[in-house]
Design a protein around this ligand. Structure first.
Ligand code: DX5
Ligand code: ZN
Length: 229
């Protein structure tokens, strides 16, 4: 049986105060974040508009943590290099986006950046099966992408188990991340089902004590994982 990768906490900057991004990033680093998550929305793939490569570059200058760049873009192909040049450490595209997914993932890897594929809540695990050998991370959305502060959708849990099963049966090795509505109150279940990267905006940046919130989230995930053994 393959070892599930280590649990990691990934604060989503979408819930940060954009007016003082540098100090918000420093706050996340000091709180014990393992990486930082940046949500790129193009107003086409989702009904919201957020940040571009310049913000990724600014975040790169503010910390040494890996930047996980989540492209909620309808046609990401033309922007991959811009986000890689800006400092993305992981670049996540959506399987529901347009374009040649395999070619995009190969291109990301050819530039020595971790490649990730993302699934919306309704998209079945089978949709990403053909590209699994090309990815370092699979992101299972646990809300409909577009906005922070939504409720965690429990129906995605079996899909996480299915994806984790693929890593053990077929011998591929990839991280499984979960994004949307994640907090210490609900992280145990996705961890038990095999997720190992926990992306959270509201529950971390809006907590009174972010370091305590990161610790609690990590402890809940660890407890969920231990209970599944
Ligand atoms: C939603 C984004 C998430 C979002 C999570 O479209 O992909 O990364 O920031 O925010 P919370 O944790 O508030 O649901
Ligand atoms: Zn995200």
């Amino acid at each position: 049986m393959q070892q599930i990768p280590e649990i990691q906490i990934s604060p989503s900057l979408l819930a940060a105060d954009f007016g003082c991004l540098t100090s918000e990033i420093e706050r996340a680093v000091a709180a014990g974040a393992d990486e930082l998550h940046l949500d790129i929305m193009d107003a086409r793939f989702v009904r919201n508009l957020t940040m571009g490569p310049d913000i990724v570059q600014a975040a790169r200058k503010s910390s040494n943590l890996r930047l996980s760049v989540h492209l909620m873009m309808m046609q990401p192909a033309d922007f991959l290099d811009a986000f890689i040049d800006a400092g993305a450490g992981t670049l996540l595209i959506h399987i529901e986006a347009e374009g040649d997914h395999a070619a995009m993932l190969r291109h990301i890897r050819s530039r020595n950046v971790r490649a990730g594929i993302t699934l919306n809540p309704e998209t079945p695990a089978a949709a990403v099966a053909p590209v699994l050998p090309l990815v370092d991370e699979v992101l299972a959305m646990s809300v409909h992408p577009g906005f922070g502060g939504q409720r965690f959708i429990e129906e995605v849990l079996p899909k996480i188990a299915e994806l984790r099963h693929q890593t053990t049966v077929d011998g591929h090795s990839f991280d499984i991340s979960v994004d949307g509505g994640i907090s210490a109150e609900n992280a145990a279940a996705p961890a038990a089902y095999g997720a190992n990267i926990f992306i959270a905006g509201t529950s971390l940046f809006r907590a009174a004590d972010m370091a305590a919130a990161v610790r609690a989230l990590r402890a809940a995930a660890q407890q969920g994982r231990n209970s599944s053994r």
